[in-house]
Design a protein around this ligand. Structure first.
Ligand code: G6P
Length: 580
């Protein structure tokens, strides 16, 4: 959701900014731009990906800001691309300024002209208005006027960058040659020390110093731990990050199981687990599907009642929260605006908040009472794959622990990484299925029980990266409407991992086949009826989504390629949705 980079140091800024933007491109990629301060300010903005800025590396100057955009207010045009320059300042912004219209009217009344339709441009106008020689002071004044969310990097005529953060991530880092800032770590590989700005923090960066402030004045932040900063991803010989990340699923599961084991030593958390009678899972997109899988596992294994809500709905439901209820907010990035709002609401209503996130220094981790960090490592492809497996690994461990503490038996998850390895190999078989999907009008994924959640995740993947209309549906519900959409050749993928329910799902499969559907199967049982099948290894049925999702992710990957798309950077989407 938009990426910000900024640099001030001894080197030429433009090549550094462009490298940073390429690393951040997965956050948004409908337009990009950089502004560099040398003898004068130079600005280049283009519609499209960061590569469209080719040539901008020639700009001279050792201080600059850059941005890759995911449009919220205003279409992806050159005018709407950042940086926005007004008077003496250049600004890049991530977030949404909710009172932009009012502020714009105020600026217009002063006779100022706007050159874009964005909410962000108003920040440049206010900064210029409040600037009386101290850019940080002007930024503080400006922020007092802003309603909404923001990460801002701004520069004036001096060789300094000023920054502000509210509800949108922003990191600053010190490298050998100068100071850097970015929306996430991917663009800070040259930094030895990195700080994550907190809510309401400001910073001033010059070549030699980074100073961080809150309302009360200058503060000393702890730098991120070494292991958090390390491990910047490369494609490692794979054509796409998505394929690389699929192949990393076994390691992601193994690391996450290990993380849960250490986390579960926390006595305070064990006490909460022992007392938990009701659970709520919250998430968006893939994280929501993890929550659904967790709900099934918790109810099945521990007989504890659980609900799972979309964060974007929950935050407006006026939810009923029992004091001491455990609410589990799931978010790979830990920065999804709706999940943060939903989690904060639950906490305000008296819930105990457990964060399940892949980023230990994220906003979600800071607001939570307990933070369970998944071990997926950095995930770059927009479509979540290994982070889903990681979430399931910790959530299933959590469900197993709940059951153990209630004297309902022990479960072993230790074999899941090996089983995932075997599932990955079997999933290559989906490549041969792509012919049936390439020109499909719509696709169905069917299942029962937890397989419905897996089916929904498979459908989401296909929509996200192959742009195919598809539905993940409860097999028993098909005949209550959607069956009308099944026609000759419609691809139907049946997910069957639970013996007791498989026969029932097969009924739905027959109903679709009888109407001409092209049926494919992901199953834990030997193939029947000669249908094309990816057979996943038999595992504890309560944990099967962690395996069954893999062939569906792989299928989406191959269909995306067969349709000529880039699976890493799907249109209109962004990795981390930091606005509502
Ligand atoms: C975006 C991403 C999805 C992700 C969702 C939730 O829509 O494209 O892949 O599942 O956000 O993200 P989170 O970081 O909260 O897990």
């Amino acid at each position: 959701m938009c990426g910000i980079v900024a640099y001030v140091g001894r080197k030429q800024a433009a090549p550094i900014l462009l490298r940073g933007l390429s690393a951040l491109e997965y956050r948004g990629y409908d337009s990009a731009g950089i502004a560099v301060m040398g003898e004068r300010l130079s600005l280049v903005k283009r519609v499209g990906r960061v590569s469209s800025l080719a040539g901008a590396e020639q700009l001279t100057g050792t201080c600059g800001v850059g941005h890759t955009r995911w449009a919220t207010h205003g279409a992806p045009t050159e005018e709407n691309a950042h940086p926005h320059v007004f008077g003496k300042v250049a600004v890049v912004h991530n977030g949404i300024i909710e009172n932009a219209d009012v502020l714009k009217a105020e600026c217009t009344a002063r006779g100022e002209k706007f050159s874009s339709e964005t909410d962000s441009e108003v920040i440049a106008h206010l900064l210029n208005f409040y600037f009386k020689g101290d850019l940080l002071a002007a930024l503080k004044e400006t922020c007092k006027r802003l309603v909404g969310s923001y990460a801002i990097a701004a520069m004036g005529e001096e060789r300094e960058i000023v920054l502000a953060r509210r509800a949108s991530p922003l990191l600053v880092g010190r490298g050998e040659d100068g100071a850097y800032a970015a929306s996430d770590l991917s663009a800070l590989s040259a930094c030895q020390t990195v700080y994550a700005l907190g809510e309401g923090h400001f910073a001033r960066m010059t070549e030699d110093a980074i100073r961080i402030f809150d309302d009360g004045g200058k503060i000393a932040l702890k730098p991120l731990k070494k292991e958090e900063v390390e491990g910047l991803p490369a494609k490692g010989g794979y054509a796409h990050f998505m394929k690389k990340e699929l192949m990393e699923i076994p390691a992601s599961i193994a690391n996450s199981l290990e993380n849960y084991r250490s986390f579960a030593q926390n006595q305070a958390f064990c006490r909460v687990l022992c007392q938990t009678e009701y659970l709520t899972f919250l998430g968006c997109g893939t994280a929501y599907h993890s929550g659904l899988c967790a709900k099934y596992a918790v109810e099945r294994l521990a007989r504890v009642r659980a609900a799972c809500h979309l964060s974007s709905e929950y935050r407006y439901l006026n939810p009923i929260v029992k004091r001491g209820e455990l609410v589990v907010a799931i978010s790979q990035s830990g920065e999804t605006a709706d999940t943060l709002a939903a989690a904060e609401l639950a906490k305000a209503k008296g819930a105990i908040l457990l964060a399940v996130t892949n980023v230990g220094y994220s906003t979600l981790s800071r607001i939570a009472d307990f933070c369970l960090v998944t071990g997926a490592g950095r995930e770059v492809a927009v479509a979540a794959t290994k982070s889903f497996s990681a979430q399931l690994a910790v959530l299933f461990s959590f469900a197993a622990d709940l059951a153990r503490l209630r004297g309902m038996g022990e479960r072993d998850l230790g074999n899941l990484p090996v089983l995932a390895e075997r599932t990955l190999a079997a999933s290559e078989g989906t490549k041969a299925w792509t012919g049936a999907f390439v020109h499909a009008k719509n696709v169905f994924f069917l299942g029962r029980g937890a397989d419905v959640a897996t089916a929904m995740e498979g459908s989401l993947k296909l929509k996200e990266i192959a742009y195919l209309p598809s539905e993940g549906y409860a097999a028993g519900e098909l005949k209550h409407g959607p069956l009308a959409l099944v026609e000759q050749g419609t691809p139907v993928v049946a997910v069957m991992t639970e013996k007791a329910l498989a026969e029932k799902t097969k009924n739905a499969v027959h109903e679709t086949a009888a109407r001409g559907a092209n049926v494919f199967v992901v199953s834990a049982f030997p193939p029947e009826d000669g249908l094309p099948t990816v057979e996943i290894p038999e595992a504890d049925e309560a944990f099967s989504p962690i395996l069954a999702a893999i062939p569906l992710q792989m299928l989406a990957y191959y269909v995306s390629l067969a349709r000529g798309y880039d699976p890493d950077l799907p249109r209109n989407l962004a990795k981390s949705v930091t606005v509502e």
